[in-house]
Design a protein around this ligand. Structure first.
Ligand SMILES: *Cc1c(COP(=O)(O)O)cnc(C)c1O
Length: 405
């Protein structure tokens, strides 16, 4: 299998990009879907921003280094990767905060309707952000299983809010069909692209999407806690109003007026002063993903995940797969169900194979194709086989839960 992997690596058009990442020695990293790896260009860029722009330029850098337009600049670079126009995307805040802004905005655009429709088992923060608005009496949460989603949209639904690629299973929603179904009943749609952006081609405008949010620290390799991004379709940019009316979303922040007046366009989605260090790191990650191209990345991730399945099955291991078996219907990951998934995941980490565990019983392996080789996949499958066959995961040390799982 290692032979086959090496042949595949030799023919891999993306093979030279691995060297653009600082991939830890002796590690097979299958968690780029949770925290993307470090691009080698990031430390140099951060040094320049910290020592040069901050240290030497001081406050002048808001203008001279163009710090003030960094949210727009990074947003414009993400835009073509998600099928948006440059002025429809802005990089800011966390995904959670961006969800709050956009859910609120959507509810305000559909007076008389209160329901925010999502699916049970959506990423927790997405559901929790609806709960907060529910407490304030502004929203009413409705959850429907994915097979019944289109039928659950009625005239009370203000917003359909779904995660395009499911964080646990990797299953992909049909963005075009569900957006159309929601619009047919007068509802707006908000797509969470946290597991899609930078991993697979997304075409928000071809699908007629209204709003979207996404994450900067996963496939965009922006670093821990990197800012997220949000999308507002051009047609909504006059009407959309968000509740976090901070000064950076003001039409003229430096007029220091007592009264709020929203900026034109997507800029009004900003709230406070942009985190320049985080955005600078994110920009490097986005540039690199744009250079490789999401089509090529997705094509390779499908090959990697299929190759992993082949390797595991050739080792004679049977694992319950919870991801769609058709690679065209899943994102860049494979998830397996096992009652001892936590301990198995820990045993793999001890061998240098870093995947993650999702409560209660999911072993999730992400295939970030920019820096993974087929050889890594063959090795990861061998390690998993050994961990299972030897019962290594039963050791006590692998059962203790850390704070972050
Ligand atoms: C990772 C992820 C988030 C993260 O939100 P933060 O505010 O950055 O913590 C939100 N939604 C989904 C679907 C995610 O996968």
């Amino acid at each position: 299998m290692l032979e086959r992997a090496r042949t595949l690596d030799a023919g891999d058009p993306l093979r030279e990009f691995r060297d653009r990442f600082d991939v830890a020695e002796g590690v097979i990293y299958l968690d780029g879907n949770s925290l993307g790896a470090l691009p080698k260009a990031t430390p140099d860029r951060l040094e320049e921003v910290v020592l040069g722009e901050w240290g030497q330029g001081l406050i002048r850098s808001w203008n001279s280094a163009d710090w003030i337009t960094l949210p727009q600049r990074v947003g414009a670079k993400i835009a073509p990767l998600v099928g948006a126009q440059p002025h429809e995307v802005i990089a800011c805040d966390s995904t959670s905060v961006n969800l709050f802004k956009l859910i609120s905005a959507a509810l305000a655009m559909r007076p008389g309707r209160k329901v925010v429709l999502s699916e049970p088992g959506n990423f927790p923060t997405d559901l929790y952000m609806i709960a907060g608005l529910e407490q304030q009496g502004l929203a009413e949460r409705r959850l429907a299983p994915r097979e019944a989603m289109a039928d659950a949209i009625d005239e009370n639904v203000a917003l359909l809010m779904l995660t395009h690629v499911h964080y646990k299973t990797g299953a992909i929603f049909d963005m075009a069909a569900l957006t159309e179904a929601a619009h047919a009943r007068g509802a707006l749609v908000l797509w969470d692209l946290s597991h899609s952006g930078g991993a697979l081609p997304v075409d928000l405008n071809a699908c007629n999407a209204d709003f979207a949010v996404g994450c900067g620290y996963k496939y965009f390799n922006g670093g821990p806690g990197a800012p997220g991004y949000l999308f507002v379709a051009e047609r909504h940019q006059i009407e959309v109003q968000q509740p976090l009316t901070g000064w950076m979303g003001h039409a003229a922040p430096f007029a220091f007026s007592d009264d709020y007046a929203p900026a034109l366009g997507v800029d009004r989605m900003l709230c406070g002063t942009p985190p320049i260090l985080g955005l600078a790191a994110l920009e490097v990650g986005v540039d690199l993903i744009a250079e490789i191209g999401v089509e090529r990345l997705y094509a390779k991730s499908q090959q990697l995940s299929e190759f992993f399945r082949q390797c595991v099955s050739e080792h004679g291991i049977e694992l319950e797969i919870v991801s769609p078996t058709d690679p065209a219907r899943r994102g860049s990951q494979l998830s397996f169900r096992h009652p001892e998934a936590y301990a198995i995941c820990q045993a793999l980490i001890a061998r240098g194979v870093i995947g993650d565990f999702r409560d209660p019983d999911i072993l999730r392996l992400g295939f970030a194709p920019a820096y993974l080789r087929f050889e890594d996949i063959a090795e990861a499958a061998r390690h998993l086989t050994e961990v299972l066959e030897t019962g290594e995961w039963q050791r006590d040390e692998f059962r203790e839960r850390a704070a972050v799982t």
